[in-house]
Design a protein around this ligand. Structure first.
Ligand code: ADE
Length: 256
């Protein structure tokens, strides 16, 4: 997958050299190209922003500079990328959106600083290519760069060959299929007892069927405790519903 990022802080993306992302890039699975937006600003100060029409605080990023940068970046290929503009006023970024993006051959991220990019840029490119304004959560960051890092990591780990264990992504919280709308339950490793805390006995039993059912029950339990609003939307089996009834009836005193 090719990913282009146009930003006034390309150095913000140094973490993409590390760990899974770094390895995916070394293996050629992920081709990340960073661009300094100021290279398309031609005045001596390399100005990329200006005061907002209508007044108000802060600055707005200038459309001509973004337009020139995007045109140059997309001119390199016949096809067009899916363009993503991070903004708190965008559509929510979810695991389903990450999967949708992971199926694209080319993504172009346009993170803004200040009060955002002149809205005509989104109107203009929204007619040329598939453009999404996307929010990573209901809070406001100082700029879109951190949101881009979040999205790249969520997307890249879904690409074939990035995760060591090919099945791990299907067990994730929110993974489409069995884990849709469910949080993953607790996990344990050796030693079997640590500071008087014991690993649940079932996990040491070697009984795969029972372990799978226990894990499913723990996912249901955790979701009921922490994100009860997700449960209603879950596609649950009769066994799942029975588990939920038990946890509800017991008041489930065990917090985790
Ligand atoms: N830029 C600032 N805040 C953001 C958010 N919550 N999501 C995406 N981009 C942002």
């Amino acid at each position: 997958m090719r990913i282009d990022v146009i930003s006034i802080f390309p150095e913000y993306f140094a973490p993409l050299d590390v760990s899974l992302m770094g390895k995916a890039r070394d293996k050629g699975i992920l081709d990340v190209r960073l661009h300094q937006l100021r290279e398309w600003a031609h005045d001596v100060h390399k100005t990329v922003d200006d005061t907002p029409y209508g007044g108000g605080p802060g600055m707005v990023m200038k459309p001509e500079i973004w337009g020139a940068a995007i045109d140059d970046v997309i001119a390199s290929e016949e096809a067009l990328p899916r363009m993503i503009v991070p903004t708190p006023s965008g559509r929510p970024f979810t695991q389903a959106v990450a999967l949708e993006y992971a199926a694209e051959p080319w993504l172009l991220f346009a993170p803004a600083r200040y009060e955002g990019i002149d809205s005509r840029v989104m109107i203009e490119y929204g007619t040329h290519l598939r453009l999404d304004e996307v929010s990573i959560g209901d809070y406001v960051l100082a700029g879109g760069e951190a949101a881009v890092l979040v999205m790249i990591e969520a997307v890249a780990r879904l690409l074939p060959g990035v995760l060591g264990n090919a099945v791990s992504a299907t067990d994730d919280s929110f993974a489409p299929g069995a884990m849709e709308n469910l949080l993953e339950g607790p996990v344990f490793t050796k030693p079997p007892v640590w500071r008087d805390h014991e690993v649940p006995e079932i996990l040491l039993s070697g009984h795969h069927g029972k372990i799978a059912r226990w894990r499913r029950d723990q996912a249901l339990r955790r979701t009921l405790q922490k994100r009860p609003e997700l449960i209603e939307r879950g596609d649950l089996s009769a066994a799942d519903l029975k588990t939920l009834d038990t946890f509800r009836a017991d008041g489930d005193p065990v917090a985790d």
